[in-house]
Ligand binder design. Structure first.
Ligand SMILES: C[S@@+](CC[C@H](N)C(=O)[O-])C[C@H]1O[C@@H](n2cnc3c(N)ncnc32)[C@H](O)[C@@H]1O
Length: 196
């Protein structure tokens, strides 16, 4: 069994996640603009050094919120450094996840899980918690690295998401990524309302 440090992308490697080449290949605005509007609350799960966090903050605008969460305090420190003294400081809430739990109670309109699901050992618990956090009409965008995550492993993750109450709306494979856009299954929400 891998320990936490070997399972997650270390803070010392954060340049790999935050550079101009990546901004060209995986332009945050292109990835996020179809899903985020002004005033939304958005969750950046496993935000790392904040490659997507700042664009999320731009898109939600002054009336919205971004919860940037990561299991490594070092990654959250990098996000804090980036937003320090900017207008984004007031809209980005860094949140330290503990163990396998996200630990966010605020309902969110949109959640991004970019290159993080494969780092989380209990994916069933992850998707169950995400189904609880996401608003009924909310969207979850899951993107996994195709150079680490096989087609079969990705389908297994989506099957666990389905068991947790998600429906896959779109699925695609790009140069470096496998992507799925998920929404909550309406009956899962209704049953939860009815039975608690
Ligand atoms: C490969 S990095 C991706 C970072 C960012 N999403 C991006 O695309 O630039 C994965 C991140 O997920 C975080 N992570 C791993 N397991 C996590 C968990 N259980 N809860 C929250 N964050 C987690 C890691 O600390 C790391 O910062």
């Amino acid at each position: 069994m891998k320990d936490e440090r070997s399972r997650v992308c270390p803070v010392e490697h954060s340049r790999v996640l935050d550079n101009g080449v990546r901004a060209w290949l995986q332009n945050p605005r292109r990835v996020l603009a179809p899903h985020i509007g002004e005033g939304m609350t958005a969750l950046d799960l496993g935000c790392g050094p904040g490659f997507f966090t700042l664009e999320m903050a731009r898109l939600v605008g002054p009336s919205g919120w971004v919860i940037a969460c990561d299991v490594q305090q070092g990654m959250l420190n990098k996000v804090r450094e980036k937003i320090h003294g900017t207008a984004f400081e007031a809209r980005v809430v860094p949140h330290l996840c503990r163990g396998n739990a996200i630990g966010v109670t605020e309902p969110v309109d949109f959640a991004l899980a970019f290159y993080v699901v494969h780092e989380i050992p209990d994916q069933a618990a992850l998707f169950t918690e995400l189904a609880r956090i996401l608003k009924p009409e909310g969207r979850l965008l899951v993107v996994e690295p195709s150079f680490h995550v096989s087609a079969a492993a990705f389908e297994k993750s989506l099957a666990l998401a389905s068991e947790a109450g998600f429906v896959t709306r779109q699925e695609s494979k790009g140069l470096l990524s496998r992507t799925a856009l998920l929404t909550r299954r309406p009956e899962a929400f209704r049953l939860r309302q009815q039975w608690g």
